[in-house]
Design a protein around this ligand. Structure first.
Ligand SMILES: [Zn+2]
Length: 442
């Protein structure tokens, strides 16, 4: 039996800020400085490349040394050399703002060279402004006030009690803070290193399969067919959908941003209302996912979910569908890291496992089952069951041996199963964690 380990995990905490007008000014100044630094250095590098290209085309021999470096150290050096002349105001903003701008640009170049992304682009003003500060100089005064270097003590709308408690206990360390401004709304995102005791995985005694749907968001069942979870798609989604449509209609009648046209103040206000509805929906969704995933990770030892192709699904157009699909990837992502916290295990059933089309009673597989059909009716054995419930039961019984295409590195029942961690999954901004196991003792 493996033992519990003490692990350092990175976790994000984000809170909305309530800055004073003077603080807004300082925040905007920092964001502007970060943007300037990014654009300035990117401009120098791109000009250097262009220069070298032209020299090459002219038949000149261009040495390696003619290329400016793009690592953080190189960019930093470049900034130190040129800032006094090009940005004489630089010292008005906290120095770590620039350091992070260098680091982020260096990372963007590294991603480009590795073929992961396109060439870094210039940042334009007003779209989404952000800057990052070092965590060392950031203090939580209490659960509602945060002190940022050069900006001062800012009030937050929500309580930061959880993070505050961790900091006081010494079980968290702030690595960095990123301030993001969108539509006049400031959000502070902490990246923290948390010390956590990770329990050994429990033997799979309590098993649940979970199906995702539209009317019912999550349907859960045990292998013996007992329905144990039914999370309805909350009413407010439908209500919000109507609110959103109304707000969008109003905004569309006003003078919005077009080339060469400044948007009217009436449009700005209307657009702000649209953004608010979006934020409300996101918040409600987040809470629901947190509640459900925590409950599941605490109550079950083995949780089987579908391995959905979310990217393809997001092409759907109705809002409800969109929300439900986006929720699913977030749901699975949260479930996976919470499972490690509580010693539970998440298993992704094979993508080609026909969980919806298989009869949970006799095992017959339908050739086709369209989405509108909400009840599963088996022609072979006569079973009539709610479609989602039927799928959940099949998932609960799923083992890698069940499908011939079982290429997953997942053991069947009774085997030792660890959740797979995919770093490519975009971490949830709140409570997201990437794990760096540091076994202690053991
Ligand atoms: Zn049947």
């Amino acid at each position: 039996m493996p033992e519990a380990t003490l692990t350092k995990v990175h976790q994000g905490f984000s809170y909305r800020l309530d800055p004073t007008p003077e603080q807004r000014h300082l925040l905007a100044s920092h964001a502007g400085a970060a943007r300037f630094c990014h654009n300035f250095l990117l401009g120098i590098i791109l000009a250097n490349w262009k220069d070298n290209r032209e020299r090459k085309e002219a038949g000149e021999e261009v040495a390696r040394e003619s290329y400016l470096g793009t690592r953080q150290f190189d960019l930093q050096k470049l900034w130190y050399e040129r800032r006094a002349e090009s940005a004489p105001w630089f010292s008005e903003n906290a120095s770590s703002t620039y350091n992070y701008a260098h680091a982020h640009l260096a990372q963007a170049f590294a991603n480009y060279f590795a073929g992961r992304t396109r060439l870094p682009t210039f940042k334009s003003k007003g779209r989404r402004e952000s800057f990052t500060l070092a965590g060392g100089s950031t203090r939580l005064v209490d659960s509602h006030h945060v002190r940022l270097s050069r900006i001062g003590e800012i009030k937050t709308y929500e309580t930061m009690r959880k993070l505050h408690r961790h900091l006081e206990r010494g079980s968290a360390r702030i690595l960095s803070v990123t301030v993001v401004e969108r539509g006049g709304m400031y959000t502070l995102a902490f990246s923290a290193e948390m010390s956590r005791v990770i329990p050994a995985p429990r033997p799979p005694e309590r098993v649940i399969g979970i199906d995702v749907g539209l009317a019912t968001l999550y349907t859960g069942a045990t292998p013996d067919g007992t329905p144990v979870l039914s999370v309805a798609n909350p009413r407010h989604y439908q209500r919000s959908e109507a609110r959103l449509a109304r707000a969008q209609r109003v905004a569309s009648r006003r003078r919005g941003p077009r080339k060469g046209v400044t948007p009217s103040n009436r449009w700005r206000r209307a657009n702000q209302r649209v953004q608010n509805v979006h934020a409300d929906i996101a918040h409600a969704r987040k809470n629901l996912i947190h509640e459900t995933t925590t409950m599941l990770a605490k109550s079950y030892d083995r949780i089987v979910v579908e391995d959905l192709n979310v990217k393809g699904m997001l092409k759907n157009h109705t809002l409800a569908k969109h929300i439900s699909d986006a929720s699913w990837s977030e749901f699975v992502c949260q479930l996976e890291y919470k499972a490690t916290w509580y010693g539970s295990t998440v298993v992704k059933a094979d993508r080609f496992f026909p969980s919806s089309k298989t009869c949970s009673s006799c095992g017959a597989v339908k050739a086709k089952l369209s989405l509108e059909i909400r009840t599963y009716h088996c022609e072979t054995c006569g079973l009539t069951l709610d479609r989602d419930h039927n799928a959940a039961v099949n998932l609960a019984r799923w083992t890698s041996q069940a499908t011939s295409a079982g290429t997953h590195s997942v053991a069947g029942r009774g085997g030792e199963v660890r959740p797979r961690r995919t770093r490519s999954v975009k971490a949830h901004p709140d409570e997201a964690s990437t794990e760096t196991p540091v076994p202690v003792g053991a």
